[in-house]
Ligand binder design. Structure first.
Ligand code: HEC
Length: 116
């Protein structure tokens, strides 16, 4: 009996760490994780300030939109943007192979912070 409980305890601890609760960075979900994801995968096109002026945008037509423009956010729901990030749009690739749904939510919260 004792040994069995011991195993369960280790299993629970392992789950705890795998699921990321043990990572203090996780507490900052959108700010911390979203920013890291943005810098790794999105910044090259969407730019440091989210205005669509990244270094890798030459020749992209249409160019990336300006996330600082309130008009951009007006007619776009969260679920629409989630879908676009997952599946891509125009010359932007989809990210479903690279980013988990949770990471897509984090990066989406982060790009919202660019709004003026
Ligand atoms: C290769 C350059 C490139 C990269 C890298 C890139 N994007 Fe884009 N993104 C674009 C372009 C170009 C558009 C405009 C597409 C269009 O309107 O046809 C766009 C559009 C968007 C839109 C707006 C869609 C709409 O409703 O008009 C969102 C949101 C977005 N990208 C998020 C992201 C996120 C998040 C990442 C990183 C995970 C990312 N992009 C990485 C080029 C890129």
């Amino acid at each position: 009996m004792r040994a069995k409980y011991g195993k369960m305890l280790w299993g629970a601890l392992l789950l705890f760490f795998i699921s990321g609760f043990g990572d203090p960075g996780r507490a900052l979900a959108d700010g911390g994780e979203g920013k890291k994801i943005y810098e790794a995968h999105c910044l090259s096109c969407h730019g440091v300030h989210g205005n669509g002026q990244g270094p890798a945008t030459r020749g992209l037509s249409p160019p990336p939109p300006d996330f600082t423009d309130p008009a951009f956010w007006e007619n776009r729901t969260n679920s629409f943007l989630f879908h676009v990030i997952q599946n891509g749009l125009g010359s932007m690739p989809g990210w479903s192979d690279t980013l988990s749904p949770g990471s897509i939510e984090d990066v989406l919260s982060y790009i919202r912070t660019f709004r003026r």
